[in-house]
Design a protein around this ligand. Sequence first.
Ligand code: GLN
Length: 476
Amino acid sequence: MPIRFYQSLSQIQSDLASGVVTCRQLVDHYLQRIDENGHLNAFVAVYAEEARAQAEVVDQKLAAGTAGRLAGMVLGIKDVLCYKDHGVQAGSRILDSFVSQFTATAVQRVLDEDAIIIGRQNCDEFAMGSSNENSAFGPVRNAADPDRVPGGSSGGSAVAVQAGLCLASLGTDTGGSVRQPAAFCGVVGLKPTYGRVSRWGLIAYASSFDCIGPITHSVEDAALLLEIMAGPDEFDSTVSRQPVAEYTGQPADGRKLRIGYLREGVESEGVDPVIRQRTQERLEGLRAEGHTAEPVDFPLLQYILPTYYILTTAEASSNLSRFDGVRYGHRSPAATDLESLYKKSRTEGFGPEVRRRIVLGTFVLSASYYDAYYTKAQQVRRLIKEFTDSLFEKYDLIVSPVTPTTAFRIGEKTSDPLQMYLADIFTVQANVVGCPAISIPNGTDEAGLPIGFQMMAAPFREADLLAAARLMNGES
Ligand code: GLN
């Protein structure tokens, strides 16, 4: 009997309980789907034998009544998350043949609940990008139209869920890399509050922005994964000690939400008309249910992207200095002395976008420009945070489209980095201020390409955010 296209773990668990399917059959099914969809280039490594063996272990635990909460969840992980004794490359040649020596805390926590990891997913090099075209493994293709990008940087993770190659993925979001590909692929993407989930074992891009987040079909699964991954961790001193709420709890009935929507998101000429229209329709629907939705002007909007790109490139230039050809990864065979070893290994190992960001970041940190750029951007970050916090005193949610366009064509923006950076206009705010945000599907354009709807909530209000998202996504 063919295996159905599962949209949530609860569907799978009820079929496991009634004997309709076993974990082993599920894994075989996903492995076959991965094989049939090789052209999407979503996975860079598939752990077939290991996943089959793990499935049999979980089937036995189910029979014995000892299985964990994620029994039946077949997961993929983005190629920036360490998993002991498995390769990890951050989509980069510089980490060719590197093998993880420990497992990321977030990954360990899902394994401890009996999730099965089926493989490692393609992404932009060091998570820098919005289209998954900056990967040493080649571009990922959007399953809705293989000539189009899936978004980035967690492109492989989003496509794998979209195309049913696994049930869920773990991605990372530094400026939108979970939400933007989720929007382009018609799935759910959650970026938690900064510090909600440990970053231990995540290859750093910009440490004060990076967050691990799930990509799923249902909000319910995103909530469950967050509940399991979140919370204190002795290996990450920036992770919060705030108690982890029950994110999977049922939404309170009848609560009326105060919603602020970003005026530019529904009025700006820079946003595709169909995306503005879908956002309007969504707002109308919310008003019809008794919620309030008012326009919000964000006077600092034009400063958000420059602030993001100055601070993240600065952090990246520092974080990526460890890839020097000496300790691990690619070492140039052409080196003749120490300096040429550094230069050649890094030039050969890093792709053009990563090199561009290292140069930009090194420039803004240089003695003559530090105050003009880096310090200034830190100050503006503070202003953006304070203004956003003041909005959360008035509103439960701040909403907008996730992106100004639907998925663009492969190659369309590669020669114009500024155009590419503009694609992040709505997503970076949550990372600049550190608040949680979610992307849920919001219909499609005329060509059938998915559109996303973004909701942000105050820091550590994931329970409210997820409850609202469940209702809006038609789950309850
Ligand atoms: N697209 C953004 C960038 O290129 C976000 C990347 C991310 O979130 N990792 O920086």
